[in-house]
Design a protein. Sequence first.
Length: 257
Amino acid sequence: MVEIITTRIQDAQQALGVTFRDPELLRLALVHSSLLNEPDAEFNDQVTESNERLEFLGDAVLGLVVAEYLYQRFPDSPEGRLTVYRAALVRRETLARWARELGLGDLLLIGRGEIQAGGISQRILAGTFEAVIGALYLDQGLAAVRSFMAAFLDRDVERALATDDLTNYKGLLQEHIQQYDTVLPTYVVVSQEGPDHERNFVIEARHRGQVIGTGSGRSKRAAEQAAARDALMRLSDAEESGVPIERCGDLADTAAR
Protein backbone atom coordinates (compact mmCIF):
# COMPACT_ATOMS: atom_id res chain seq x y z
CA MET A 1 0.00 0.00 0.00
CA VAL A 2 2.90 2.35 0.70
CA GLU A 3 4.07 1.85 -2.88
CA ILE A 4 0.60 2.67 -4.25
CA ILE A 5 0.39 5.90 -2.26
CA THR A 6 3.91 6.85 -3.31
CA THR A 7 2.95 6.30 -6.93
CA ARG A 8 -0.12 8.49 -6.53
CA ILE A 9 1.97 11.28 -5.06
CA GLN A 10 4.36 11.04 -8.00
CA ASP A 11 1.49 11.04 -10.46
CA ALA A 12 -0.05 14.05 -8.71
CA GLN A 13 3.21 16.01 -8.87
CA GLN A 14 3.45 15.24 -12.57
CA ALA A 15 -0.16 16.32 -13.15
CA LEU A 16 0.38 19.55 -11.22
CA GLY A 17 3.75 20.25 -12.78
CA VAL A 18 5.13 20.86 -9.28
CA THR A 19 7.72 18.96 -7.25
CA PHE A 20 6.89 19.21 -3.57
CA ARG A 21 9.66 19.67 -1.03
CA ASP A 22 7.47 17.80 1.44
CA PRO A 23 5.44 15.20 -0.52
CA GLU A 24 3.54 14.34 2.66
CA LEU A 25 1.62 17.61 2.28
CA LEU A 26 0.44 16.57 -1.16
CA ARG A 27 -0.52 13.12 0.10
CA LEU A 28 -2.60 14.71 2.82
CA ALA A 29 -4.31 16.97 0.26
CA LEU A 30 -5.50 13.83 -1.53
CA VAL A 31 -7.16 12.17 1.49
CA HIS A 32 -10.92 12.70 1.69
CA SER A 33 -12.52 12.43 5.13
CA SER A 34 -14.79 9.58 4.00
CA LEU A 35 -11.79 7.25 3.87
CA LEU A 36 -11.32 7.55 7.63
CA ASN A 37 -14.83 6.21 8.20
CA GLU A 38 -14.23 2.93 6.37
CA PRO A 39 -12.30 0.52 8.63
CA ASP A 40 -11.81 -1.91 5.77
CA ALA A 41 -10.64 0.73 3.31
CA GLU A 42 -7.67 -0.12 1.15
CA PHE A 43 -5.48 2.62 2.61
CA ASN A 44 -6.88 3.04 6.10
CA ASP A 45 -3.70 1.77 7.77
CA GLN A 46 -1.74 4.54 6.06
CA VAL A 47 -3.97 7.57 6.75
CA THR A 48 -5.08 9.12 10.02
CA GLU A 49 -6.03 12.63 8.90
CA SER A 50 -8.08 14.06 6.03
CA ASN A 51 -7.54 17.08 3.80
CA GLU A 52 -10.21 19.21 5.50
CA ARG A 53 -7.76 21.56 7.24
CA LEU A 54 -5.81 22.02 4.00
CA GLU A 55 -9.09 22.71 2.20
CA PHE A 56 -9.87 25.45 4.74
CA LEU A 57 -6.45 27.01 4.22
CA GLY A 58 -6.55 26.63 0.45
CA ASP A 59 -9.91 28.37 0.24
CA ALA A 60 -8.43 31.46 1.91
CA VAL A 61 -5.22 31.40 -0.13
CA LEU A 62 -7.12 30.93 -3.38
CA GLY A 63 -9.42 33.83 -2.53
CA LEU A 64 -6.41 36.08 -1.95
CA VAL A 65 -4.60 35.05 -5.13
CA VAL A 66 -7.72 35.49 -7.28
CA ALA A 67 -8.51 38.85 -5.66
CA GLU A 68 -4.97 40.05 -6.34
CA TYR A 69 -5.17 38.82 -9.93
CA LEU A 70 -8.45 40.63 -10.54
CA TYR A 71 -7.19 43.80 -8.86
CA GLN A 72 -4.34 43.91 -11.36
CA ARG A 73 -6.31 42.66 -14.37
CA PHE A 74 -9.18 45.16 -13.98
CA PRO A 75 -7.58 48.34 -12.59
CA ASP A 76 -10.67 50.49 -13.22
CA SER A 77 -13.25 48.17 -11.66
CA PRO A 78 -14.70 49.19 -8.26
CA GLU A 79 -14.78 46.90 -5.23
CA GLY A 80 -18.32 45.66 -5.76
CA ARG A 81 -17.63 44.53 -9.29
CA LEU A 82 -14.38 42.80 -8.30
CA THR A 83 -16.33 40.93 -5.63
CA VAL A 84 -18.70 39.63 -8.29
CA TYR A 85 -15.79 38.62 -10.52
CA ARG A 86 -14.04 36.77 -7.70
CA ALA A 87 -17.20 34.84 -6.87
CA ALA A 88 -17.47 33.77 -10.50
CA LEU A 89 -13.92 32.46 -10.55
CA VAL A 90 -13.85 30.56 -7.25
CA ARG A 91 -17.30 28.99 -7.54
CA ARG A 92 -17.59 25.24 -7.07
CA GLU A 93 -18.15 24.47 -10.75
CA THR A 94 -14.96 26.21 -11.84
CA LEU A 95 -12.78 24.59 -9.17
CA ALA A 96 -14.24 21.17 -9.93
CA ARG A 97 -13.49 21.60 -13.63
CA TRP A 98 -9.89 22.51 -12.86
CA ALA A 99 -9.62 19.47 -10.59
CA ARG A 100 -10.90 17.23 -13.39
CA GLU A 101 -8.40 18.69 -15.84
CA LEU A 102 -5.61 17.77 -13.43
CA GLY A 103 -7.03 14.29 -12.91
CA LEU A 104 -7.37 14.81 -9.16
CA GLY A 105 -10.46 12.61 -9.01
CA ASP A 106 -8.43 9.58 -10.08
CA LEU A 107 -5.70 10.37 -7.54
CA LEU A 108 -7.98 11.06 -4.58
CA LEU A 109 -8.02 8.60 -1.68
CA ILE A 110 -11.74 8.42 -0.96
CA GLY A 111 -14.31 6.15 0.65
CA ARG A 112 -16.34 3.93 -1.67
CA GLY A 113 -19.59 5.46 -0.46
CA GLU A 114 -18.66 8.87 -1.89
CA ILE A 115 -18.14 7.60 -5.42
CA GLN A 116 -21.48 8.07 -7.18
CA ALA A 117 -22.70 6.64 -10.45
CA GLY A 118 -21.61 9.78 -12.26
CA GLY A 119 -18.24 9.88 -10.53
CA ILE A 120 -16.94 12.06 -7.72
CA SER A 121 -19.15 15.05 -6.93
CA GLN A 122 -18.28 18.63 -7.80
CA ARG A 123 -18.25 19.49 -4.09
CA ILE A 124 -15.50 16.95 -3.36
CA LEU A 125 -13.48 17.82 -6.46
CA ALA A 126 -13.61 21.54 -5.65
CA GLY A 127 -12.56 20.84 -2.06
CA THR A 128 -9.67 18.70 -3.27
CA PHE A 129 -8.46 21.51 -5.52
CA GLU A 130 -8.54 23.89 -2.56
CA ALA A 131 -6.66 21.35 -0.42
CA VAL A 132 -3.94 21.09 -3.08
CA ILE A 133 -3.65 24.88 -3.11
CA GLY A 134 -3.30 24.84 0.68
CA ALA A 135 -0.60 22.18 0.46
CA LEU A 136 1.30 24.10 -2.20
CA TYR A 137 1.13 27.28 -0.11
CA LEU A 138 2.59 25.52 2.94
CA ASP A 139 5.24 23.82 0.85
CA GLN A 140 6.44 26.69 -1.32
CA GLY A 141 4.65 29.88 -0.39
CA LEU A 142 2.34 32.39 -2.02
CA ALA A 143 4.55 33.01 -5.07
CA ALA A 144 4.27 29.34 -6.06
CA VAL A 145 0.48 29.49 -5.79
CA ARG A 146 0.39 32.63 -7.93
CA SER A 147 2.52 30.92 -10.56
CA PHE A 148 0.43 27.75 -10.48
CA MET A 149 -2.88 29.62 -10.77
CA ALA A 150 -1.74 32.04 -13.49
CA ALA A 151 -2.33 29.59 -16.34
CA PHE A 152 -5.87 28.78 -15.16
CA LEU A 153 -6.80 32.41 -14.59
CA ASP A 154 -5.29 33.75 -17.80
CA ARG A 155 -7.08 31.10 -19.80
CA ASP A 156 -10.48 31.06 -18.09
CA VAL A 157 -11.13 34.52 -16.65
CA GLU A 158 -13.26 35.75 -19.55
CA ARG A 159 -15.23 32.51 -19.81
CA ALA A 160 -15.85 32.38 -16.08
CA LEU A 161 -17.11 35.95 -15.95
CA ALA A 162 -19.40 35.36 -18.93
CA THR A 163 -21.09 32.24 -17.50
CA ASP A 164 -23.65 34.16 -15.49
CA ASP A 165 -26.06 31.31 -14.78
CA LEU A 166 -23.53 29.42 -12.65
CA THR A 167 -22.87 32.23 -10.21
CA ASN A 168 -25.08 32.82 -7.18
CA TYR A 169 -25.62 36.51 -7.83
CA LYS A 170 -28.81 36.45 -5.75
CA GLY A 171 -26.81 35.39 -2.72
CA LEU A 172 -24.15 38.01 -3.41
CA LEU A 173 -26.77 40.74 -3.78
CA GLN A 174 -28.42 39.73 -0.52
CA GLU A 175 -25.09 39.77 1.31
CA HIS A 176 -24.25 43.18 -0.18
CA ILE A 177 -27.54 44.76 0.87
CA GLN A 178 -27.40 43.19 4.33
CA GLN A 179 -24.28 45.23 4.99
CA TYR A 180 -26.47 48.31 5.42
CA ASP A 181 -30.13 47.21 5.45
CA THR A 182 -32.24 44.41 6.92
CA VAL A 183 -34.81 44.60 4.11
CA LEU A 184 -33.90 42.03 1.45
CA PRO A 185 -34.37 42.36 -2.32
CA THR A 186 -37.40 40.84 -4.04
CA TYR A 187 -37.86 39.58 -7.60
CA VAL A 188 -40.89 40.37 -9.76
CA VAL A 189 -41.75 38.87 -13.16
CA VAL A 190 -42.61 41.78 -15.45
CA SER A 191 -43.09 39.80 -18.67
CA GLN A 192 -42.86 36.34 -20.19
CA GLU A 193 -43.01 35.61 -23.89
CA GLY A 194 -42.69 32.70 -26.28
CA PRO A 195 -43.87 29.08 -26.31
CA ASP A 196 -43.34 26.85 -23.29
CA HIS A 197 -40.17 25.28 -24.68
CA GLU A 198 -38.64 28.69 -25.53
CA ARG A 199 -40.17 30.92 -22.87
CA ASN A 200 -38.25 34.09 -22.04
CA PHE A 201 -38.75 35.74 -18.65
CA VAL A 202 -37.96 39.34 -17.77
CA ILE A 203 -37.56 39.93 -14.03
CA GLU A 204 -36.85 43.02 -11.95
CA ALA A 205 -34.83 42.96 -8.75
CA ARG A 206 -36.39 45.42 -6.32
CA HIS A 207 -35.39 46.85 -2.97
CA ARG A 208 -37.85 48.82 -0.87
CA GLY A 209 -40.11 49.15 -3.90
CA GLN A 210 -37.35 50.52 -6.17
CA VAL A 211 -36.07 48.69 -9.26
CA ILE A 212 -32.36 48.11 -8.78
CA GLY A 213 -31.76 45.57 -11.54
CA THR A 214 -33.35 43.87 -14.55
CA GLY A 215 -32.58 40.54 -16.19
CA SER A 216 -33.94 38.03 -18.65
CA GLY A 217 -33.56 34.31 -19.15
CA ARG A 218 -35.12 31.06 -20.36
CA SER A 219 -36.20 30.25 -16.79
CA LYS A 220 -37.26 32.30 -13.79
CA ARG A 221 -34.12 31.22 -11.96
CA ALA A 222 -31.84 32.36 -14.78
CA ALA A 223 -33.71 35.67 -15.10
CA GLU A 224 -33.50 36.28 -11.34
CA GLN A 225 -29.76 35.62 -11.38
CA ALA A 226 -29.36 38.01 -14.31
CA ALA A 227 -31.39 40.66 -12.50
CA ALA A 228 -29.29 40.23 -9.36
CA ARG A 229 -26.09 40.51 -11.40
CA ASP A 230 -27.39 43.69 -13.03
CA ALA A 231 -28.29 45.07 -9.61
CA LEU A 232 -24.81 44.33 -8.26
CA MET A 233 -23.23 46.13 -11.20
CA ARG A 234 -25.56 49.11 -10.77
CA LEU A 235 -24.91 49.25 -7.03
CA SER A 236 -21.18 49.12 -7.67
CA ASP A 237 -21.38 51.98 -10.18
CA ALA A 238 -23.74 53.93 -7.91
CA GLU A 239 -21.47 53.63 -4.89
CA GLU A 240 -18.49 54.64 -7.00
CA SER A 241 -20.41 57.74 -8.14
CA GLY A 242 -21.97 58.52 -4.77
CA VAL A 243 -25.50 57.83 -6.06
CA PRO A 244 -28.08 56.57 -3.47
CA ILE A 245 -29.29 53.00 -3.84
CA GLU A 246 -32.81 54.12 -4.70
CA ARG A 247 -31.48 55.78 -7.85
CA CYS A 248 -29.74 52.70 -9.21
CA GLY A 249 -32.49 52.25 -11.80
CA ASP A 250 -32.09 55.87 -12.91
CA LEU A 251 -28.35 55.37 -13.22
CA ALA A 252 -28.77 52.45 -15.61
CA ASP A 253 -31.48 54.26 -17.60
CA THR A 254 -29.19 57.26 -18.01
CA ALA A 255 -26.32 55.05 -19.15
CA ALA A 256 -28.59 53.35 -21.69
CA ARG A 257 -29.53 56.68 -23.19
